[in-house]
Write a protein that binds this ligand. Structure first.
Ligand code: DC
Length: 241
């Protein structure tokens, strides 16, 4: 994979785009657009925490026991394969893509991700996957911990009510369990709380990240702003390479 996109931007050097932000901020959608536009590999790191959480739930492992979770993680192989709309997620070789987005796994993923040994294992794997560059990687700690030297860093945010309503609409479109909007917003706030306040790698913008608040923006406007950010970096890199 090279840093060559459909619009003809080219750069010999392979680069990393880090996208961080809270749940429901639109990271996956923006990452997918950037991947297509700039010819990058799209890697959703949240899917890795979700896959491990699914394994823990299946195994009956306590979500509050870091040692047991670490043993489980050491015995687990999680692979992300880029797909048309989302990553295909392989858990020990089994395709679990369709099983990791329900509320139980969502909550469990947020809980297992607070433990440093789990994070260390995931971060190592993510660094391996992105080592060759040419990737857009999204998560909570990509610009701060996984790739602190990423060439482009975007922190996507939006008001919790707006993110909650977007998530509610998304769940409805997928025909999944009928939660009330208030419940979706409440769950999202609980995850925000855990993601932002955990001791290890809390969710926060890297000092050099571009902040993009989509509260009052349409999807097209956010996509355009993100594309402009990457294109500006590419233009500047070409003049200095
Ligand atoms: O992005 P997501 O909703 O699929 O992520 C699921 C959980 O995984 C989220 O609650 C926090 C955690 N996560 C993380 O701690 N670090 C990442 N880089 C990605 C996700």
């Amino acid at each position: 994979m090279t840093g060559k996109g459909s619009s003809g931007e080219q750069l010999d050097r392979k680069f990393v785009v880090a996208i961080d932000g809270p749940a429901g901020a639109g990271k996956s959608t923006i990452a997918l657009h950037l991947a297509r536009r700039f010819g990058l590999l799209n890697l959703e790191t949240g899917a890795m925490y979700r896959a491990l959480a699914l394994k823990a739930l299946r195994a009956g492992t306590s979500l509050d026991d870091p040692s047991a979770l670490k043993c489980l993680a050491d015995d687990t192989v999680i692979c992300l394969e880029p797909g048309e709309d989302e990553n295909r997620v392989l858990l020990d070789g089994e395709d679990v893509t369709g099983q990791i987005r329900n509320q139980m796994v969502t909550d469990a993923a947020s809980r297992v991700s607070v433990f440093p040994p789990i994070r260390a294992a995931m971060v190592r794997r993510q660094q391996e996957m992105g080592a060759k560059g040419g990737v857009v990687m999204e998560g909570r700690d990509i610009g701060t911990v996984v790739f602190p030297d990423a060439e482009v860093k975007i922190f996507l945010d939006a008001a919790p009510e707006v993110r909650g309503m977007r998530r509610y609409d998304q769940i409805g479109q997928q025909g999944r369990s009928p939660q009330q909007p208030e419940e979706v917003i409440r769950d999202l706030r609980a995850r925000d709380e855990r993601d932002r306040n955990r001791a290890d790698s809390p969710l926060k913008p890297a000092p050099d990240a571009i902040l993009l608040d989509s509260t009052n923006l349409t999807l097209e406007e956010v996509v355009r702003a993100a594309e402009t950010t990457v294109a500006a970096w590419l233009a500047q890199a070409k003049t200095t390479s």
